[in-house]
Design a protein around this ligand. Structure first.
Ligand SMILES: Nc1ncnc2c1ncn2[C@@H]1O[C@H](COP(=O)(O)OP(=O)(O)O)[C@@H](O)[C@H]1O
Ligand SMILES: [Mg+2]
Length: 257
């Protein structure tokens, strides 16, 4: 396992949201991400864990430049990010939790997976081959290619979302609760697909989850997020065996015992 080469570093990253509405009794701002500094290495499966509302998705969006940081910066592939330059789908992609809302219901499965390649302006013929190839790899049979999302099961839909994220051959993949919407029986199958593809394409994953049980089985390292802050980070085994922060101890007691 290669651990020496950083792929992405966050330096003092913060994000503050202004609350909408005019209720002056409430605090007018939310500090969703507070002064986060982390480095993720090439080939890692790096898990970000924490309860709902702790800022995990916001951190993911900052990395993808779907949101601009209030403070701090990101170094990706040895380059400090310029906020105005969009993230290329050949570099970084995201897999969202909810496959329903992540797909256009009026597009066929084939076209949904083709979309990111079209956006890159890639040549038609080789793109089609890439789409077929990745759909087969995630376990979607050719008989489903011309169907619409509503004609697929939950597990099949999440496979398609994974295919769409990986069709551009990105180096860094953010998976934001990728299996949380699925039945437990399906979760392992989909995670295994993700792990197989990680190996095959030498991917680096940021795996966002609230499920410590799952993370304990798959992650190389874990960062624990609590109220916008990273309270603990380390090798998965060390965190589980010797948690330092009270919040991590509570999580372990609630989910692993
Ligand atoms: N676009 C937004 N506008 C205002 N507040 C937001 C926005 N996005 C997230 N938040 C707030 O930021 C905090 C962290 O949210 P989020 O990153 O979604 O947490 P998690 O993914 O860990 O559940 C929450 O209090 C949430 O309400
Ligand atoms: Mg979230």
């Amino acid at each position: 396992m290669q651990r020496e080469i950083p792929i992405l570093s966050m330096n003092h990253l913060s994000k503050t949201f202004k609350k909408s509405g005019f209720d002056l009794r409430k605090k007018p701002i939310v500090r969703a991400v507070k002064d986060v500094s982390l480095t993720i290495y090439q080939g890692e499966l790096f898990a970000l864990i924490g309860e709902s509302g702790s800022g995990k998705s916001t951190l993911g969006k900052l990395l993808l430049k779907m949101e601009a940081p209030t403070a701090g910066d990101i170094i990706f592939l040895n380059q400090t990010d310029q906020t105005k330059v969009k993230r290329s789908p050949e570099e970084m992609q995201i897999i969202f939790q909810n496959p329903e809302s992540a797909m256009n219901p009026f597009m066929t499965i084939f076209n949904i997976v083709m979309e990111p390649l079209k956006a890159l302006g890639q040549e038609q013929l080789s793109s089609e081959k890439q789409v077929i190839n990745i759909l087969k790899k995630v376990g979607i049979d050719e008989s489903l290619f011309q169907r619409f999302p509503s004609q697929l099961s939950g597990g099949q839909k999440q496979r398609v979302v994974i295919a769409r994220a990986l069709v551009t051959n990105p180096k860094f993949v953010i998976a934001d609760e990728p299996v949380s919407s699925l039945d437990v029986s399906l979760q392992a199958q989909i995670v295994n697909v993700m792990l197989d593809l990680k190996k095959e394409f030498h991917l680096t994953y940021l795996f966002i989850s609230h499920d410590l049980q799952l993370v304990s089985k798959i992650a190389d390292r874990v960062a624990v997020m609590y109220q916008g802050e990273i309270v603990e980070v380390g090798e998965t085994k060390d965190i589980l065996e010797n948690p330092q922060h009270e919040y991590t101890k509570t999580l372990i007691a609630a989910q692993l015992n």
